[in-house]
Design a protein around this ligand. Structure first.
Ligand code: NAD
Length: 447
């Protein structure tokens, strides 16, 4: 059973590579010819720990292929994973144009029973739209070909995508036919050997599960950020509170870390899309609205703290920023809190010297040229170089090399020993005797 994976982004490339690693023959398809040329030459378009090795090995062993031609890929396969982007449309709802374009293309070339798997995150009812789009093409061709549409949302985390795909907490399969269910069961069997990880349900339930999961995780983060901001006002250290509540097994310790807001390509757009889905049914979503509003406000918190400390006119000031990616382990800058901070600092007249262990190339390519012009935003060659002569360090992404830095060297390099810690990585009691001024998120210590 050969596979076709359509879309070679974070989800598609990881899906294709991991199935190939388990012995399947997989063809990955993308409309971006540059990506496909790169992949054919062994150059990956994204950074994910462990991914390059799997892609190169499986390409060399002839199990993983890349093409821009979907019809060609479809010839040898009867299972098509749709893993293209579903970005927010103008009103925040999920833009399905890429998913439906793929569905129409599949319909134009389908030539025998096939399973079409929605892996992209798509609103409830999308499988029906995919089915209708494929069927419309079959009708135009005047052929009758049976096919099933399955919802198999992906739960991998960027930065740990390969590990998550290989050892998933659970695999959700929304499926309404026994034939398709058997195929999905076989496909996922190698990922499922130690314990049953596949949860079968209806297609719409699977579509909703993905949104409910991301919305709940976003809710935990926004809730904790609100508590942290209150802790700041009350002189309470939120880190003790976090440990205290996390020890309750009903609450759990995951996703209650305060910080400078969630970013990335999933939480912001998925919360928005769920809100739009509800509004389209005339249903109000005060909880989800608040999650979004808190997050937007939280992305301003680092700038607000700096303006309180240095004044609102920051001309003549330079700030070092550690971490650009929206989280450690990835080069993804989509909706990253660093973006909001840097823009606000530049608007207030400051200069920024930034460093990220992996996302520097992505920043150079993706961020507005105006940010780099006149040297107001520069990228340092090393984490310590970013500190030279800076008025303060702002930690935005908690990459491992930032967790236990050389504080003595930092003190020498910074103009003033001031650290604003957007991820509560440092211990104020360790920094104080070293002569640092320190502020985190909700540590009850105002700069
Ligand atoms: P991405 O933007 O990294 O990649 C999407 C790819 O699809 C691009 O390479 C694009 O060129 C390609 N594409 C677009 N139209 C195409 C077409 N007609 N034919 C072939 N290729 C086409 O996106 P991503 O981050 O991998 O996300 C894909 C989906 O998975 C989204 O719905 C997202 O919400 C969901 N998802 C993402 C993550 C994540 O962490 N990134 C996790 C779970 C689910």
């Amino acid at each position: 059973m050969n596979l076709t994976v359509i879309g070679t982004g974070y989800v598609g490339l990881v899906t294709g590579a991991c199935f190939a690693e388990m012995g399947r023959t997989v063809t990955c398809v993308d409309v971006d010819a540059g990506k496909i040329e790169g992949l054919k030459a062994g150059v990956l378009p994204i950074y994910e720990p462990g991914l390059e090795e799997i892609v190169l090995r499986n390409s060399a062993e002839d199990r993983l292929h890349f093409t821009t031609e979907l019809p060609e890929a479809m010839q040898d396969s009867k299972v098509y994973f749709i893993a293209v982007g579903t970005p927010p449309g103008e009103d925040g709802s999920a833009d399905l144009q890429y998913v439906l374009a793929v569905a129409r293309q599949i319909g134009r070339h389908l030539d025998g029973y096939s399973v079409i798997v929605d892996k992209s995150t798509v609103p409830v009812g999308t499988a029906d739209k995919v089915r209708a789009a494929v069927q419309a093409e079959l009708d135009v061709r005047g052929v009758k070909i049976p096919f099933d549409v399955v919802s198999n949302p992906e739960f991998l985390k960027e930065g740990a995508a390969v590990a998550d795909f290989m050892r998933p907490d659970r695999i959700i399969v929304g499926c309404e036919s026994e034939r398709a269910r058997e195929i999905m069961k076989k496909l996922y069997a190698p990922f499922n050997r130690n314990r049953e990880r596949v949860i079968y349900m209806g297609v719409k339930e699977a579509e909703m599960t993905k949104y409910a999961a991301n919305a709940l995780l976003a809710t935990k983060i926004s809730f904790m950020n609100e508590i942290a901001n209150l802790c700041d006002l009350l002189g309470v250290d939120v880190e003790s509170v976090r440990e205290g509540i996390g020890s309750d097994s009903r609450i759990g310790s995951h996703f209650i870390y305060p910080g400078c807001g969630y970013g990335g390509s999933c939480f912001p757009k998925d919360v928005q899309a769920l809100i739009r889905t509800a509004h389209a049914r005339g249903y109000a979503t005060p909880v989800l609205d608040a999650v979004e509003a808190r997050n937007a406000a939280q992305k301003q918190v680092l700038f607000q703290k700096l303006s309180r400390r240095f004044g609102s006119d920051l001309r003549g000031h330079t700030f070092a920023v550690w971490g650009l990616a929206f989280k450690p382990g990835t080069d993804d800058l989509r909706e990253a809190p660093a973006r909001v901070l840097i823009e606000a600092l530049l608007n207030a007249g400051a200069s920024v010297r930034a460093y990220d262990p992996v996302a520097m190339d992505a920043a150079r390519k993706e961020w507005p040229a105006a940010w780099f012009e006149a040297g107001r935003l520069s990228l340092a060659a090393h984490q310590y170089e970013a500190l030279e002569g800076a008025d303060a360090l702002v930690l935005v992404t908690e990459w491992k090399p930032f967790r236990h830095p050389d504080f003595a060297a930092m003190k020498r390099l910074l103009k003033a020993p001031i650290i604003l810690d957007g991820r509560n990585q440092y211990d104020p009691e360790e920094l104080q005797p070293l002569g640092f001024e320190y502020e985190g998120i909700g540590r009850g210590l105002a700069l």
